[in-house]
Design a protein around this ligand. Structure first.
Ligand code: KG4
Ligand code: ZN
Length: 342
């Protein structure tokens, strides 16, 4: 039989995305993957504004679908199923995607498949590197932080995660605290290059406790406290202070993520790989640390290309493809779920 062609849609946060993927599941080909970022729309507000996000998704979804189909050289009639993120995420955006997908599925008479956004991230190492089950996934983004053991296309086990902020959120907040531009991750990483990570002693939250849970809000508070102390003592922060503080924060974040990764790896048997996904996986010092942790556990370290680490629709199409091959279908009763743990 002809390899299935899947159209994927993603709109759960601040990226509107569409992609066309050709199966089969064990040898997928990304024919197109387009993303329209809303970063500029939200920049002035210091965070994603749900109402603005939802409206922008509604405006951009059709265009993204058109572009993805055009780049793939495919027509809607060629598509075998439409996969859409149906949660978790900002409800307005998820709804916009689900409605668009229902419209396309109904209009073209195609099957509809609702996909968990987290499953999309978790299955990405299989899409990009053909990772075999089971593998361990560390998902680190602006909204998520969790360890998942991926046992099969729809079988995940959560080993732990953040009990407060996501790491990307913490990077963004630290940037704001220090007057650096958003998104905070790249700015903090750039500042940290000229910094001395040992000058300020920041905490390593939850490292003294067993298990794979993490916490980042205390780290952020420690950065605020240090900034306030410096301001009190000298009337402000010098560029060197800022660089040192960024370096200290980045080292602390990488330290706890690496430490808990080692624990998560030790808690699993028979893993074929340790993989990361999410925007924070772009962080170079974190990547270096995680590479070492994987080496020590004798498993390959997999970091998908950045465009597939951050939010995209190729991963949604891929999760949809695996569900399609397993015979799973949704119908017009598919609902948008703001919360949906794996
Ligand atoms: O996965 P993503 O694009 O969006 C979601 O959160 O869904 O991740 C964005 C997050 C932002 O918080 C951003 O500051 C962070 O990833 N980020 C980084 C780096 N590049 C992006 N954090 C640390 N270091 C980086 N180089
Ligand atoms: Zn995401």
């Amino acid at each position: 039989p002809r390899a299935p062609l899947i159209l994927g849609l993603e709109s759960s946060c601040d990226d509107t995305a569409a992609a066309v993927l050709r199966g089969p599941g064990d040898a997928p080909a990304i024919l197109s993957s387009v993303v329209s970022s809303q970063t500029d729309l939200h920049a002035a507000f210091g965070g994603v504004v749900p109402e603005i996000a939802a409206r922008a998704h509604t405006e951009k979804l059709d265009l993204m679908v058109e572009q993805a189909l055009a780049e793939a050289g495919a027509a809607l009639t060629d598509i075998d199923a439409i996969a859409v993120t149906s949660g978790p995420g900002l409800i307005g955006g998820v709804l916009a995607g689900v409605m668009a997908a229902k419209g396309l599925a109904m209009g073209a008479g195609k099957p509809l498949i609702g996909v968990n956004h987290l499953a999309g991230h978790a299955l990405t190492p299989r899409l990009t590197d053909g990772a075999a089950f089971p593998y361990l996934m560390l998902l680190v983004s602006g909204g998520h932080c969790q360890f998942l053991r991926v046992d099969g296309p729809e079988t995940f086990r959560r080993l732990g995660g953040t009990i407060d902020d996501a790491p990307g959120e913490a990077f963004d907040k630290v940037a704001r605290i220090l007057g650096l531009p958003q998104p905070g991750g790249p700015s903090v990483q750039a500042e940290a290059r000229a910094g001395d990570a040992t000058r300020f002693a920041l905490p390593r939250p939850l490292m003294d406790r067993p298990g794979c849970d993490l916490s980042f809000s205390g780290l952020k508070t420690a950065v605020i406290r240090t900034r306030d102390q410096l301001t009190e003592a000298q009337g402000g922060l010098t560029p060197q202070d800022r660089a040192d503080l960024c370096a200290a924060f980045q080292a602390a974040a990488a330290d706890v993520l690496a430490g808990k990764s080692a624990r998560a790896l030790a808690a699993c048997q028979g893993l074929t790989a340790f993989a990361v996904a999410g925007g924070v996986a772009a962080n170079q010092s974190l990547r270096a640390r995680l590479t070492t942790v994987a080496e020590a556990a004798s498993v390959p370290f997999l970091a998908p290309p950045l465009s597939l680490c951050t939010d995209n629709a190729a991963m949604i199409a891929y999760a949809g493809l695996l569900a399609f091959e397993a015979g799973r279908r949704d119908d017009m009763t598919l609902s948008a779920r703001p919360r949906w743990p794996l």
